[in-house]
Design a binder for this molecule. Sequence first.
Ligand code: ATP
Ligand code: MG
Length: 449
Amino acid sequence: MALLTKAPRGTADILPGDSYKIRYIENSLAEIAGNFGFREIRTPVFEHTELFNRSVGETTDVVQKEMYTFEDNGQRSITLRPEGTAGVARAFLEHGLFNEPMPQKYFYHTSCYRYEKPQAGRLREFHQFGVECMGTQSPAADAEIIALARQVFDFFELDDISLEINSIGCPRCRKDYHAALLSYFEGKKDQLCETCQSRLYRNPMRILDCKSPVCSAIAKDAPVVLDFLCEECSDHFKAVQKHLDAMDIDYTINPRIVRGLDYYTKTVFEFVSTAIGAQGTVCGGGRYDGLIEQLGGNALPASGFGMGIERLLLLLNAQHKELPEEPRVQLYIAPATQDFTVEAMRIINELREEGVSALTDLENRSIKAQMKYANKKNVMFTMILGPDEIESRKATVKNMDNGETAEISLDTFSEDFMHVTINAALADLDLGAGDIDLNNLTLLTGGKE
Ligand code: ATP
Ligand code: MG
């Protein structure tokens, strides 16, 4: 039975309250991305397996060990997306978006799936916010997405997130680099893990990204790609830095960053925090000029990043950053007996049409039980609806925070209730009714701050 009441390892439910915070984060990220000219794109949760083999790369950990791959009933090999870029690149080609004016800028919120060892900041289903800027090889584009990620961290007032950048060159300069890596690792081949032994000749750079302690210890002294950059890549990297300097974005050059996916070229970067344990990389990205061509399109440069939402949340918690709480329910109407639920429902339905959040009893409970429920729900106002109220067409709403009451008419309820809530809000702000112009709802502070 445990299988029925326990979610699969490495997944997490997001319950109300938390989901409100996540929605706030997502909306904020969408808005920031919008300011940079990125528009939302949504692609399927699953794709043909071949897409990831081709883009992420056959020799990467993701493809070799981490993908959720299965055959569907039509005998097609299908994979749950392990990252967001491949699907966007596929959609870009499928819909001929390369015919649009360049650059094309997209952002996405996606769930991703990787069969990894679950731990803090590492899940099997996790969520990414990502951006892709297609169709420009300009170093300004690399700097722009880095600036976007930086603005996200600044927006949430997060401290101590350092930016590390590197360039891993283009296929031209990488040829020499691969040769250098090969001769370095060949002598130590027997000590490498099995996976790295098998990818030594196909893609030696992947060894630099291996998580096994022995391989990473060996990789520490390996030649670094920065020493092998061709002139074009070197100039490009310098230009990215010039933009970052001009925008006052701090960074360090970390020649050890190679990123875990094969499609990267030139700029790669990571935003890293020491506040959330071993899984400190909150955002990783860079340039991938070969990807579109690799997927069968005409050569088209691109750059982008993926930001882990769970890690962003860990950081927000670690640094005690408050996110907005869910708005409170404004009114609870308690019918004295079941006879009055019809009128209660009529009123709250009207209120909800006006955009007011309101609840009433669906359970035929006693007034006492209803008040307990309303309290637990932390509603702002309550109102009892009994025979006297129905007869006089008047009822009393009670402010649950300060006990103040106000009488309002059942026949002009929405409007009367709006005045009650506005007056309560003004009292909270220490303002009087004369300080607000109800016609255009502009708050006139009358000199009070
Ligand atoms: P790591 O080195 O931590 O495994 P990665 O290089 O595999 O990260 P990317 O493929 O670049 O990560 O994904 C971009 C971002 O997505 C990461 O920086 C991280 O914030 C987040 N991320 C990656 N894998 C996971 C995971 N299994 N669980 C939660 N977040 C993840
Ligand atoms: Mg990984």
